[in-house]
Design a protein around this ligand. Sequence first.
Ligand code: DX5
Ligand code: ZN
Length: 219
Amino acid sequence: MRYVLSPSILAADFTNLGEQIRLVEEQGAEYLHFDVMDGMFVPSISFGMPVLQSIKKATSQLMDVHLMVEEPIRYVKDFQNAGADNITVHLEACKDLRETIREVHSCGLRCGVSICPDTPVDAVREYLDDIEMVLIMSVYPGFGGQKFIPEALKRIQELREMIEKIEAPVDIEVDGGIYPSNVREVLDAGANVIVAGSAVFKGNPAENTKKFMEILKSY
Ligand code: DX5
Ligand code: ZN
């Protein structure tokens, strides 16, 4: 299994974004996580296509786009054009998830499906053969800097068992409240793609990324 760090730029210093991204890439973060919020599916509004488009030119990291947006099917092509490699949609936000997954794949992109802390893990079971990744939220989506919800660990384990049983090549990404101090528990539970915002960009992004990478490399 491939273990990957996906730093969330939501926590970055936007006056110095290019440099911050260069630092995390240099330390080995293979993905870059974009938290797109529409003020409807979640209360907050973050950023969208133009930000992705300019960052795309500045890095060779995989653009990992997390759409916290109602009916994300409306924006799949726009994010493809802006440079997304990976589009994750919320199960709770889609009227027709099957059709949304098809739309992501028809754009030639990898598709992830995300579930909020109160959505049963079993809800993704029927899609596992059709997607590349499940994103388990370990906080309620909407804001960076929240505390990790420990029940997420059981949910990750349950999902990993489900995936192993059907031998589907599906990544498990976990997002919210992850730090070098608790990332091992998340990895031990069965996750292999780690999102970290505050833990990477608050303080020294190079040092922080290095700490995560040392742990990820030991797996
Ligand atoms: C929450 C976002 C997360 C968040 C993670 O809605 O999906 O990606 O930015 O930030 P931290 O690591 O600060 O919890
Ligand atoms: Zn996210």
